[in-house]
Design a protein around this ligand. Structure first.
Ligand code: HAM
Length: 439
Protein backbone atom coordinates (compact mmCIF):
# COMPACT_ATOMS: atom_id res chain seq x y z
CA UNK A 1 0.00 0.00 0.00
CA UNK A 2 1.40 3.43 -0.87
CA UNK A 3 2.07 5.51 2.22
CA UNK A 4 0.40 8.92 2.46
CA UNK A 5 2.84 11.79 2.63
CA UNK A 6 1.96 15.02 4.36
CA UNK A 7 2.93 18.27 2.62
CA UNK A 8 6.08 18.68 4.70
CA UNK A 9 7.03 15.10 3.87
CA UNK A 10 6.05 13.55 7.25
CA UNK A 11 4.79 10.00 6.95
CA UNK A 12 1.22 9.89 8.34
CA UNK A 13 0.32 6.27 7.61
CA UNK A 14 3.32 4.85 9.44
CA UNK A 15 2.60 6.82 12.63
CA UNK A 16 1.01 4.65 15.30
CA UNK A 17 -0.47 6.53 18.26
CA UNK A 18 1.52 5.47 21.34
CA UNK A 19 -0.95 3.94 23.78
CA UNK A 20 -1.27 4.71 27.46
CA UNK A 21 1.44 2.92 29.46
CA UNK A 22 0.41 -0.30 31.19
CA UNK A 23 -0.72 0.37 34.75
CA UNK A 24 -1.32 4.08 34.05
CA UNK A 25 -4.74 5.61 33.47
CA UNK A 26 -6.52 8.77 32.47
CA UNK A 27 -9.06 9.95 35.00
CA UNK A 28 -11.98 10.98 32.79
CA UNK A 29 -14.36 13.90 33.48
CA UNK A 30 -17.15 11.47 34.47
CA UNK A 31 -15.09 10.49 37.54
CA UNK A 32 -14.18 14.03 38.50
CA UNK A 33 -16.99 14.37 41.05
CA UNK A 34 -15.53 11.43 43.01
CA UNK A 35 -12.00 12.81 42.85
CA UNK A 36 -13.16 16.23 44.01
CA UNK A 37 -15.16 14.75 46.85
CA UNK A 38 -12.25 12.62 48.10
CA UNK A 39 -9.66 15.41 47.75
CA UNK A 40 -11.95 17.97 49.45
CA UNK A 41 -12.71 15.58 52.31
CA UNK A 42 -8.99 14.80 52.75
CA UNK A 43 -8.22 18.53 52.97
CA UNK A 44 -11.09 19.23 55.38
CA UNK A 45 -10.20 16.33 57.68
CA UNK A 46 -6.48 17.28 57.64
CA UNK A 47 -7.41 20.81 58.67
CA UNK A 48 -9.92 19.66 61.31
CA UNK A 49 -7.12 17.72 63.03
CA UNK A 50 -4.59 20.60 62.71
CA UNK A 51 -2.31 18.99 60.13
CA UNK A 52 -0.22 21.35 57.98
CA UNK A 53 0.06 20.86 54.22
CA UNK A 54 3.49 20.19 52.78
CA UNK A 55 3.95 19.81 49.01
CA UNK A 56 6.63 17.23 48.31
CA UNK A 57 8.36 16.68 44.96
CA UNK A 58 7.75 13.55 42.90
CA UNK A 59 11.42 12.79 42.31
CA UNK A 60 14.02 12.03 45.00
CA UNK A 61 17.43 10.42 45.20
CA UNK A 62 17.02 6.65 44.94
CA UNK A 63 19.05 6.12 48.13
CA UNK A 64 16.30 7.79 50.20
CA UNK A 65 13.85 4.97 49.52
CA UNK A 66 16.46 2.20 49.47
CA UNK A 67 17.55 3.16 52.98
CA UNK A 68 14.07 3.62 54.45
CA UNK A 69 11.60 1.34 52.69
CA UNK A 70 14.29 -1.37 52.85
CA UNK A 71 16.53 -3.20 50.39
CA UNK A 72 14.78 -6.56 50.78
CA UNK A 73 11.25 -5.24 50.15
CA UNK A 74 9.27 -5.80 46.94
CA UNK A 75 9.04 -2.04 46.44
CA UNK A 76 12.81 -1.48 46.39
CA UNK A 77 13.71 -4.80 44.77
CA UNK A 78 11.21 -4.80 41.92
CA UNK A 79 8.91 -1.84 41.80
CA UNK A 80 10.82 1.42 41.75
CA UNK A 81 10.99 3.68 38.70
CA UNK A 82 14.69 4.46 39.10
CA UNK A 83 16.92 6.04 36.47
CA UNK A 84 20.07 8.11 36.12
CA UNK A 85 19.29 11.75 35.31
CA UNK A 86 21.29 14.11 33.12
CA UNK A 87 23.34 15.22 36.14
CA UNK A 88 24.32 11.59 36.78
CA UNK A 89 22.18 11.28 39.93
CA UNK A 90 20.32 8.01 40.53
CA UNK A 91 16.78 9.21 41.08
CA UNK A 92 13.42 7.54 41.80
CA UNK A 93 9.82 8.51 41.13
CA UNK A 94 8.47 8.28 44.67
CA UNK A 95 6.78 4.97 45.55
CA UNK A 96 5.51 6.45 48.86
CA UNK A 97 5.74 9.63 50.93
CA UNK A 98 6.83 8.65 54.45
CA UNK A 99 10.54 8.68 53.61
CA UNK A 100 10.10 12.09 51.98
CA UNK A 101 8.22 13.47 54.98
CA UNK A 102 10.99 12.29 57.31
CA UNK A 103 13.63 13.80 54.99
CA UNK A 104 11.79 17.13 54.86
CA UNK A 105 11.36 17.17 58.67
CA UNK A 106 15.13 16.74 59.14
CA UNK A 107 16.21 18.94 56.24
CA UNK A 108 14.07 21.91 57.35
CA UNK A 109 14.95 21.62 61.06
CA UNK A 110 11.34 20.96 62.07
CA UNK A 111 12.71 19.53 65.32
CA UNK A 112 12.83 23.17 66.45
CA UNK A 113 9.08 23.58 66.01
CA UNK A 114 6.49 22.67 68.62
CA UNK A 115 6.31 18.83 68.70
CA UNK A 116 4.80 16.71 67.36
CA UNK A 117 4.82 18.11 63.83
CA UNK A 118 1.73 17.03 61.85
CA UNK A 119 2.06 17.04 58.07
CA UNK A 120 -0.14 15.96 55.15
CA UNK A 121 0.11 15.81 51.38
CA UNK A 122 -1.78 14.22 48.50
CA UNK A 123 -0.49 13.23 45.08
CA UNK A 124 0.71 10.53 42.68
CA UNK A 125 3.00 7.59 43.60
CA UNK A 126 4.76 5.20 41.24
CA UNK A 127 5.34 1.48 41.66
CA UNK A 128 6.16 -0.96 38.88
CA UNK A 129 3.60 -3.35 40.29
CA UNK A 130 1.73 -6.07 38.38
CA UNK A 131 -1.34 -4.15 37.13
CA UNK A 132 -4.74 -5.58 38.13
CA UNK A 133 -8.04 -4.31 39.55
CA UNK A 134 -7.19 -1.61 42.11
CA UNK A 135 -3.45 -1.96 41.47
CA UNK A 136 -1.75 0.55 39.19
CA UNK A 137 1.75 1.75 38.39
CA UNK A 138 0.70 5.33 39.03
CA UNK A 139 -1.76 5.77 41.87
CA UNK A 140 -2.55 8.49 44.40
CA UNK A 141 -2.17 8.64 48.15
CA UNK A 142 -3.38 10.96 50.88
CA UNK A 143 -0.51 10.78 53.37
CA UNK A 144 -0.44 11.87 57.01
CA UNK A 145 2.55 11.89 59.33
CA UNK A 146 2.93 12.89 62.99
CA UNK A 147 6.62 13.24 63.81
CA UNK A 148 8.03 13.88 67.30
CA UNK A 149 5.90 11.80 69.68
CA UNK A 150 5.83 8.17 70.81
CA UNK A 151 2.61 8.51 72.79
CA UNK A 152 0.04 5.77 71.96
CA UNK A 153 -2.72 8.38 71.99
CA UNK A 154 -1.24 9.68 68.74
CA UNK A 155 -1.47 6.17 67.21
CA UNK A 156 -5.13 6.13 68.15
CA UNK A 157 -5.73 9.66 66.90
CA UNK A 158 -4.36 8.88 63.43
CA UNK A 159 -6.71 5.88 63.23
CA UNK A 160 -9.69 7.89 64.54
CA UNK A 161 -8.95 10.54 61.93
CA UNK A 162 -8.80 8.02 59.06
CA UNK A 163 -12.03 6.49 60.32
CA UNK A 164 -13.68 9.89 60.33
CA UNK A 165 -12.47 10.55 56.75
CA UNK A 166 -13.87 7.25 55.46
CA UNK A 167 -17.12 7.72 57.40
CA UNK A 168 -17.60 11.16 55.85
CA UNK A 169 -17.34 9.51 52.44
CA UNK A 170 -20.00 7.01 53.48
CA UNK A 171 -17.68 3.98 53.78
CA UNK A 172 -17.85 1.36 56.54
CA UNK A 173 -14.37 0.04 57.29
CA UNK A 174 -12.43 -2.26 59.56
CA UNK A 175 -8.88 -1.70 60.86
CA UNK A 176 -6.59 -4.74 61.03
CA UNK A 177 -4.16 -4.16 63.89
CA UNK A 178 -0.84 -5.64 64.98
CA UNK A 179 2.27 -4.62 66.89
CA UNK A 180 5.74 -5.27 65.47
CA UNK A 181 7.50 -4.31 68.73
CA UNK A 182 11.03 -2.96 68.47
CA UNK A 183 13.91 -4.01 66.21
CA UNK A 184 15.48 -6.10 69.05
CA UNK A 185 12.19 -7.88 69.68
CA UNK A 186 11.80 -8.64 65.97
CA UNK A 187 15.33 -10.03 65.72
CA UNK A 188 14.63 -12.56 68.49
CA UNK A 189 11.26 -13.40 66.94
CA UNK A 190 12.63 -13.85 63.40
CA UNK A 191 15.09 -16.51 64.66
CA UNK A 192 12.15 -18.54 65.99
CA UNK A 193 10.12 -17.90 62.88
CA UNK A 194 12.87 -19.14 60.56
CA UNK A 195 13.38 -22.26 62.69
CA UNK A 196 9.63 -22.93 62.49
CA UNK A 197 9.22 -22.36 58.73
CA UNK A 198 12.36 -24.32 57.79
CA UNK A 199 10.47 -27.58 58.38
CA UNK A 200 8.07 -26.64 55.54
CA UNK A 201 10.78 -25.49 53.13
CA UNK A 202 10.24 -28.20 50.56
CA UNK A 203 6.53 -27.32 50.22
CA UNK A 204 7.26 -23.65 49.66
CA UNK A 205 7.04 -21.67 46.41
CA UNK A 206 10.26 -20.11 45.11
CA UNK A 207 9.08 -16.68 46.26
CA UNK A 208 8.50 -17.94 49.79
CA UNK A 209 11.86 -19.75 49.84
CA UNK A 210 13.47 -16.44 48.98
CA UNK A 211 11.51 -14.73 51.73
CA UNK A 212 12.72 -17.35 54.20
CA UNK A 213 16.31 -16.23 53.68
CA UNK A 214 15.83 -12.55 52.83
CA UNK A 215 12.80 -11.24 54.68
CA UNK A 216 11.24 -14.00 56.84
CA UNK A 217 8.61 -11.69 58.36
CA UNK A 218 7.00 -11.42 54.92
CA UNK A 219 6.25 -15.17 55.04
CA UNK A 220 3.39 -14.23 57.37
CA UNK A 221 1.97 -12.18 54.54
CA UNK A 222 2.20 -15.04 52.01
CA UNK A 223 -0.97 -15.58 50.00
CA UNK A 224 0.23 -18.98 48.62
CA UNK A 225 -2.46 -21.62 49.37
CA UNK A 226 0.06 -24.16 50.67
CA UNK A 227 1.32 -21.67 53.27
CA UNK A 228 -2.00 -20.98 54.93
CA UNK A 229 -1.93 -24.06 57.14
CA UNK A 230 1.76 -23.62 58.02
CA UNK A 231 1.13 -20.01 58.96
CA UNK A 232 -1.64 -20.97 61.37
CA UNK A 233 0.83 -22.76 63.67
CA UNK A 234 3.61 -20.16 63.42
CA UNK A 235 4.88 -18.37 66.53
CA UNK A 236 3.24 -14.97 66.97
CA UNK A 237 5.12 -11.74 67.38
CA UNK A 238 2.65 -10.48 69.94
CA UNK A 239 3.92 -13.19 72.36
CA UNK A 240 7.47 -11.81 72.04
CA UNK A 241 6.62 -8.23 72.99
CA UNK A 242 8.32 -6.99 76.15
CA UNK A 243 6.35 -5.18 78.83
CA UNK A 244 6.88 -1.72 77.36
CA UNK A 245 5.91 -2.69 73.82
CA UNK A 246 2.88 -4.62 75.05
CA UNK A 247 1.75 -1.67 77.21
CA UNK A 248 2.10 0.67 74.22
CA UNK A 249 -0.08 -1.56 72.06
CA UNK A 250 -2.68 -2.17 74.79
CA UNK A 251 -2.99 1.54 75.45
CA UNK A 252 -3.54 2.18 71.72
CA UNK A 253 -6.28 -0.45 71.62
CA UNK A 254 -7.90 1.00 74.76
CA UNK A 255 -8.23 4.38 73.05
CA UNK A 256 -9.72 2.69 69.99
CA UNK A 257 -12.23 0.86 72.22
CA UNK A 258 -13.08 4.15 73.89
CA UNK A 259 -13.95 5.62 70.47
CA UNK A 260 -15.72 2.44 69.30
CA UNK A 261 -13.46 1.99 66.30
CA UNK A 262 -14.13 -1.21 64.34
CA UNK A 263 -10.85 -3.14 64.54
CA UNK A 264 -9.61 -6.70 64.75
CA UNK A 265 -6.21 -8.11 65.70
CA UNK A 266 -4.26 -9.66 62.85
CA UNK A 267 -1.11 -11.43 64.10
CA UNK A 268 0.06 -11.91 60.50
CA UNK A 269 -0.02 -8.26 59.53
CA UNK A 270 3.61 -7.26 58.91
CA UNK A 271 3.30 -4.64 56.11
CA UNK A 272 5.48 -4.43 53.01
CA UNK A 273 7.87 -1.70 54.19
CA UNK A 274 10.82 -2.21 56.55
CA UNK A 275 10.62 0.88 58.71
CA UNK A 276 7.81 -0.03 61.12
CA UNK A 277 7.95 -0.53 64.89
CA UNK A 278 5.09 -1.09 67.36
CA UNK A 279 1.63 -0.27 65.93
CA UNK A 280 0.87 -1.29 62.35
CA UNK A 281 -2.53 -1.33 60.67
CA UNK A 282 -4.36 -1.75 57.40
CA UNK A 283 -7.85 -0.66 56.44
CA UNK A 284 -10.32 -2.85 54.55
CA UNK A 285 -14.01 -2.31 53.84
CA UNK A 286 -16.10 -3.85 56.62
CA UNK A 287 -17.72 -6.58 54.53
CA UNK A 288 -14.66 -7.48 52.45
CA UNK A 289 -14.10 -11.10 51.54
CA UNK A 290 -10.57 -12.51 51.68
CA UNK A 291 -9.79 -11.80 48.05
CA UNK A 292 -10.80 -8.16 48.15
CA UNK A 293 -9.13 -7.72 51.53
CA UNK A 294 -5.79 -8.03 49.77
CA UNK A 295 -6.53 -4.66 48.26
CA UNK A 296 -6.30 -2.55 51.41
CA UNK A 297 -7.76 0.95 51.16
CA UNK A 298 -4.95 2.26 53.34
CA UNK A 299 -2.27 1.35 55.81
CA UNK A 300 0.24 2.78 58.18
CA UNK A 301 2.11 2.48 61.43
CA UNK A 302 4.80 3.74 63.74
CA UNK A 303 8.42 4.21 62.64
CA UNK A 304 10.25 5.38 65.79
CA UNK A 305 13.61 3.83 64.87
CA UNK A 306 13.60 5.22 61.33
CA UNK A 307 14.08 8.82 62.43
CA UNK A 308 17.51 8.32 64.10
CA UNK A 309 18.50 6.01 61.24
CA UNK A 310 17.96 8.90 58.86
CA UNK A 311 19.97 11.27 61.03
CA UNK A 312 17.26 12.92 63.15
CA UNK A 313 18.39 14.35 66.48
CA UNK A 314 17.99 12.15 69.52
CA UNK A 315 15.17 14.22 70.99
CA UNK A 316 12.86 13.22 68.11
CA UNK A 317 10.92 10.71 70.13
CA UNK A 318 9.08 8.83 67.43
CA UNK A 319 6.73 9.06 64.49
CA UNK A 320 3.59 7.51 63.09
CA UNK A 321 1.65 7.96 59.88
CA UNK A 322 -0.65 6.44 57.31
CA UNK A 323 -1.58 6.62 53.66
CA UNK A 324 -4.92 6.12 51.97
CA UNK A 325 -5.08 4.90 48.36
CA UNK A 326 -7.39 7.31 46.54
CA UNK A 327 -8.24 4.98 43.61
CA UNK A 328 -9.16 2.19 46.02
CA UNK A 329 -11.38 4.53 48.05
CA UNK A 330 -13.23 5.53 44.87
CA UNK A 331 -13.62 1.88 43.82
CA UNK A 332 -15.01 1.07 47.30
CA UNK A 333 -17.42 4.04 47.12
CA UNK A 334 -18.74 2.86 43.76
CA UNK A 335 -19.07 -0.73 44.98
CA UNK A 336 -21.04 0.51 47.99
CA UNK A 337 -23.35 2.51 45.69
CA UNK A 338 -22.21 5.85 47.11
CA UNK A 339 -22.85 8.70 44.70
CA UNK A 340 -20.45 11.60 44.48
CA UNK A 341 -21.92 15.00 45.24
CA UNK A 342 -23.28 16.62 42.09
CA UNK A 343 -21.88 19.88 40.82
CA UNK A 344 -24.00 22.84 41.83
CA UNK A 345 -26.59 23.64 39.17
CA UNK A 346 -26.26 27.05 37.44
CA UNK A 347 -29.04 29.57 38.17
CA UNK A 348 -28.67 31.59 35.00
CA UNK A 349 -28.12 30.85 31.30
CA UNK A 350 -26.70 33.48 28.98
CA UNK A 351 -28.03 33.52 25.37
CA UNK A 352 -26.66 35.70 22.58
CA UNK A 353 -27.78 36.51 19.03
CA UNK A 354 -25.38 37.95 16.43
CA UNK A 355 -21.73 38.88 16.51
CA UNK A 356 -22.07 42.22 18.35
CA UNK A 357 -24.04 40.45 21.13
CA UNK A 358 -21.44 37.75 21.27
CA UNK A 359 -18.64 40.28 21.73
CA UNK A 360 -20.55 42.23 24.38
CA UNK A 361 -21.69 38.92 25.86
CA UNK A 362 -18.14 37.87 26.69
CA UNK A 363 -18.00 40.91 29.02
CA UNK A 364 -21.44 40.19 30.47
CA UNK A 365 -20.41 36.62 31.23
CA UNK A 366 -17.21 37.80 32.97
CA UNK A 367 -19.15 40.36 35.06
CA UNK A 368 -20.72 37.43 36.97
CA UNK A 369 -17.31 36.22 38.28
CA UNK A 370 -17.09 36.71 42.03
CA UNK A 371 -20.85 37.42 42.42
CA UNK A 372 -21.57 33.89 43.71
CA UNK A 373 -24.13 33.45 40.90
CA UNK A 374 -23.46 30.40 38.71
CA UNK A 375 -24.02 31.19 35.04
CA UNK A 376 -23.87 28.83 32.05
CA UNK A 377 -23.54 29.71 28.35
CA UNK A 378 -23.29 28.31 24.83
CA UNK A 379 -21.22 30.88 22.93
CA UNK A 380 -20.65 28.20 20.30
CA UNK A 381 -24.35 28.17 19.32
CA UNK A 382 -26.06 30.87 17.28
CA UNK A 383 -29.76 29.87 17.31
CA UNK A 384 -31.77 31.32 20.19
CA UNK A 385 -34.07 28.29 20.17
CA UNK A 386 -31.14 25.91 20.70
CA UNK A 387 -29.78 28.08 23.49
CA UNK A 388 -33.13 28.27 25.28
CA UNK A 389 -33.47 24.50 24.97
CA UNK A 390 -30.12 24.13 26.72
CA UNK A 391 -31.23 26.57 29.41
CA UNK A 392 -34.34 24.44 29.92
CA UNK A 393 -32.30 21.25 30.14
CA UNK A 394 -30.02 22.79 32.75
CA UNK A 395 -33.14 23.76 34.74
CA UNK A 396 -31.94 27.34 35.29
CA UNK A 397 -34.31 29.86 36.84
CA UNK A 398 -33.32 32.74 34.58
CA UNK A 399 -32.17 33.16 30.98
CA UNK A 400 -30.41 36.34 29.88
CA UNK A 401 -30.96 37.26 26.23
CA UNK A 402 -28.73 39.71 24.42
CA UNK A 403 -29.50 40.55 20.74
CA UNK A 404 -28.42 43.18 18.24
CA UNK A 405 -31.12 45.63 19.42
CA UNK A 406 -30.23 45.25 23.11
CA UNK A 407 -26.57 45.88 22.37
CA UNK A 408 -27.48 49.14 20.61
CA UNK A 409 -29.86 50.18 23.44
CA UNK A 410 -27.41 49.14 26.21
CA UNK A 411 -30.00 46.74 27.66
CA UNK A 412 -30.51 43.01 28.21
CA UNK A 413 -33.60 40.79 28.58
CA UNK A 414 -34.14 38.83 31.78
CA UNK A 415 -36.50 35.91 31.17
CA UNK A 416 -38.11 33.97 34.01
CA UNK A 417 -37.87 30.38 32.74
CA UNK A 418 -40.82 29.18 34.81
CA UNK A 419 -43.43 31.81 33.89
CA UNK A 420 -41.93 32.95 30.58
CA UNK A 421 -42.28 36.62 31.64
CA UNK A 422 -39.56 38.97 30.42
CA UNK A 423 -38.10 42.23 31.66
CA UNK A 424 -35.69 44.60 29.91
CA UNK A 425 -33.02 46.02 32.22
CA UNK A 426 -29.96 48.27 31.76
CA UNK A 427 -26.97 46.15 30.72
CA UNK A 428 -24.55 47.67 33.22
CA UNK A 429 -26.85 46.72 36.12
CA UNK A 430 -27.50 43.15 34.97
CA UNK A 431 -25.84 41.42 37.94
CA UNK A 432 -27.82 43.34 40.57
CA UNK A 433 -31.11 42.76 38.67
CA UNK A 434 -30.34 39.03 38.43
CA UNK A 435 -29.49 38.91 42.14
CA UNK A 436 -32.87 40.50 42.93
CA UNK A 437 -34.71 38.15 40.54
CA UNK A 438 -33.13 35.09 42.17
CA UNK A 439 -34.21 36.05 45.71
P1 HAM B 1 1.31 1.16 51.62
O1 HAM B 1 0.52 0.14 52.37
O2 HAM B 1 2.41 0.69 50.77
O3 HAM B 1 1.84 2.17 52.70
O4 HAM B 1 0.32 2.02 50.72
C1 HAM B 1 -0.80 2.66 51.28
C2 HAM B 1 -2.01 2.50 50.36
O5 HAM B 1 -1.70 2.93 49.03
C3 HAM B 1 -2.46 1.06 50.17
O6 HAM B 1 -3.24 0.61 51.25
C4 HAM B 1 -3.27 1.17 48.88
O7 HAM B 1 -4.57 1.66 49.16
C5 HAM B 1 -2.49 2.20 48.11
N1 HAM B 1 -1.64 1.51 47.12
C6 HAM B 1 -0.42 0.96 47.29
N2 HAM B 1 0.04 0.43 46.15
C7 HAM B 1 -0.90 0.65 45.21
C8 HAM B 1 -1.01 0.35 43.80
N3 HAM B 1 -0.04 -0.24 43.13
N4 HAM B 1 -2.15 0.75 43.15
C9 HAM B 1 -3.15 1.38 43.81
N5 HAM B 1 -3.09 1.70 45.12
C10 HAM B 1 -1.99 1.34 45.82
C11 HAM B 1 2.61 3.25 52.42
O8 HAM B 1 2.80 3.68 51.31
C12 HAM B 1 3.15 3.94 53.66
N6 HAM B 1 3.99 5.06 53.24
C13 HAM B 1 2.03 4.39 54.57
C14 HAM B 1 2.53 5.07 55.78
C15 HAM B 1 2.54 6.39 56.02
N7 HAM B 1 3.11 4.48 56.82
C16 HAM B 1 3.47 5.42 57.71
N8 HAM B 1 3.16 6.59 57.23
Amino acid sequence: MPTKKKKGGADIASFKLPELLKGFKDVLPEDELYWNMVFDTARNVSEDYSFDRIRLPMLEKAALFERTVGKGTDIVEKEMFTFVDKGNDRVTLRPEMTAQMARAYIEHGMVNMSQPVKLWDIGPMFRYDKPQAGRYRQFHQWDLEVIGSDDPVIDAQVIIMLNSFLKRLGLKVKFKMNSLGTRDIREAYVLELVAYFKQFRKHMSDTDKKRLTKNPLRLLDSKEPEMQECKAGAPQLIDFLDEKARAHFMKTLEYLDEMEINYELDPFLVRGLDYYDHTVFEIVTADDDEEKAQNAIGGGGRYDSLMPLMGAREEVKGAIGAAIGIERVIIAMKEAGIEAKKKQNPDVFFCQLGDAARRKGLHVFESFRGTGILIAEAFGKSSLKAQLEMANKKKVKIALILGQKEVLDGTIIIRDMETGSQEIVPLEKVTSFVKKALK
